[in-house]
Ligand binder design. Structure first.
Ligand code: NAP
Length: 484
């Protein structure tokens, strides 16, 4: 199978924060891979922008090093790297001052697609939008890409949306949630809406419950100062897990176009019931003698911030009334994995009589580390001795099914940046979507803050606090094993 790569139109992409961690680790290596794939036209230019003074050549040298570090060795082709670096420029600029803006105005071309990536601290999103406008750099067709976090509550998200809206139309604003750029997430829509098989069963009548797990093995590491003010709910649930929930729960959009898809996602968020205190479990990893605990990592001995959260949610609409959605995410857990599991109900009647340890059908959608899907089905256990049933997975791992194209999956960032250049907003969050998610999350967070809830301790390398297991057991269900 040969993959089709359609080159995008010529563009100038300005990366504010072009020397930062995200730019070096994800954005520029991703752009290099797209260049290698032949998707970036010869006239494309990437302009790094940050306060540090450096020449174009210094910048190219630092990005050469980043490609050496963050691109897989077989993809590091010397001639292609040299040609890619030729596309790079650098402008020293201050997002909050006047330095550098005239130079940026001078070098950005008006006759190509212009995109401005805000890969800087969130406090600079507003000032950058203002300056791009005031300095006459932004035009009616240019695009801005806004990183996460988008606000820390409804009020701040609304304020940021209002500031951006003063200078840009909604069709120009690309709010990144890199989970939406993952191949499997898009595949989820292909599986749901490209097959007749699943959609008739995709409702409360046939689905017992849904589990969404995003587990990390790392702690808060160097991000302690930011994370301690955010916690798992703000950092992961309000955005990434909520987006996954929307894609699972939404109605089929009339067309696969940005507003049709995003309209359906917003409806899901608005249909969420308030979460009762007994439906939330917050956890914090504790020191175990070998590894530091969260409080040491975050350098806050009194911290009540959660590094783990598990919730039971209900989507109150015709399709989902009665089917709970269980979400959990945490740091320092036993394995790094992101997975959605749609757990179907048992058949209404077993013609085979009582069967022990029956587990029923599950569609498991794996987002990382190995993207793919498995469908667990029941078959007869081979051999004589009567009708014993056994569950086996129907495996749809992309690597096996699609050959080289199945393993060569673009990173989420490279796909999303190319979507910005193509002008496709489907995989980006709309302003009202972000606000709806905060409107849901705010009272949940306010609730535990008012009650002074303390997070339950859990051991690094475990599956989270015991109370999260109980959340499921109470309903006669259990979490799937956290494993790669
Ligand atoms: P970072 O490593 O701290 O980099 C910040 C960048 O901003 C640097 O290039 C810095 O260069 C530049 N900068 C700082 N102040 C500036 C100013 N006044 N004017 C112009 N440039 C300025 O941050 P990061 O980790 O790359 O994160 C960037 C954004 O992506 C943040 O919003 C973050 O939340 C988001 N994000 C990051 C990750 C990640 O894995 N790193 C993941 C998800 C989201 P100078 O100091 O030279 O100006």
């Amino acid at each position: 199978m040969v993959s089709r790569v359609i080159p995008v139109e010529p563009f100038d992409l300005v990366i504010f924060g072009g020397t930062g961690d995200l730019a070096r680790r994800k954005i520029l290596p991703g752009l290099y891979r797209r260049f290698l794939a032949g998707q970036m036209p010869a006239e494309a230019r990437i302009i790094g922008a940050a306060r540090s003074e450096m020449s174009d050549d210094d910048y190219r040298a630092s990005i050469r090093a980043a490609i050496g570090e963050f691109v897989a060795k077989p993809k590091q082709d010397a001639a292609t790297i040299a040609a890619f670096l030729e596309r790079l420029r650098y402008v020293a600029i201050d997002a909050t001052g006047d330095a550098g803006w005239d130079r940026l105005q001078e070098i950005t071309r008006k006759d190509v697609i212009q995109a401005f990536y805000f890969s800087v601290a969130p406090t600079l999103f507003g000032p950058l939008a203002e300056r791009l406008h005031q300095k006459g750099i932004a035009c009616e067709t240019c695009r801005i890409v806004v990183e996460k976090p988008f606000g820390r509550d409804l009020a701040s998200a609304r304020a940021l949306n209002a500031t951006l809206a003063e200078h840009f139309h909604e069709r120009q604003i690309y709010r990144i949630d890199h989970y939406l750029g993952k191949e499997t997430v898009q595949n989820l829509m292909a599986v749901r809406f490209g097959n007749i098989l699943f959609e008739p069963l995709w409702n409360a009548q046939y689905v017992d419950h849904i589990q969404i797990t995003v587990a990390e093995t790392v702690g808060v590491g160097g991000r302690g100062a930011y994370y301690d003010k955010a916690g798992a709910m703000r950092d992961m649930v309000q955005n990434h897990l909520m987006q996954l929930l929307c894609l699972i729960a939404m109605e089929p959009p009339a067309r696969f176009d940005p507003d049709a898809v995003r309209d359906e996602k917003v409806k899901v968020i608005r249909a969420l019931d308030p979460v009762a205190p007994e439906e939330i479990v917050r956890g914090q990893y504790q020191a175990n003698g070998r590894e530091p605990g969260y409080r040491e990592d975050a350098e806050n001995p009194e911290s009540l911030t959660e590094s783990f959260v598990a919730l039971r949610l209900h989507v109150s609409n015709w399709r989902w009334k009665g089917t709970p959605f269980y979400l959990r995410t945490g740091k320092k857990l036993k394995a790094r994995t992101s997975e959605i599991a749609v757990v179907f109900k048992d058949p209404p009647h077993s013609i085979f009589g009582p069967q022990e340890n029956r587990r029923g059908n599950v569609l498991a959608i794996k987002l990382q580390p190995n993207e793919g899907m498995t469908l667990r089905v029941t078959i007869k256990e081979p051999g004589p001795g009567g009708m014993r049933l056994v569950e086996v997975p129907l495996d749809m791992s992309f690597a096996e099914a699609l050959g080289p194209n199945g393993t060569d999956i673009p990173d989420a960032y490279e796909r999303l940046v190319m979507d910005v250049i193509r002008g496709n907003q489907t995989l980006f969050m709309r302003g009202d979507e972000v606000e709806a998610a905060w409107a849901w999350a705010d009272p949940v967070i306010a609730g535990w803050e008012e009650r002074g809830d303390r997070p339950f301790p859990y051991d690094p390398g475990s599956s989270g606090p015991e109370e999260a297991q109980i959340l499921m057991h109470r309903d006669g269900r259990r979490w799937r094993e956290i494993r790669e």
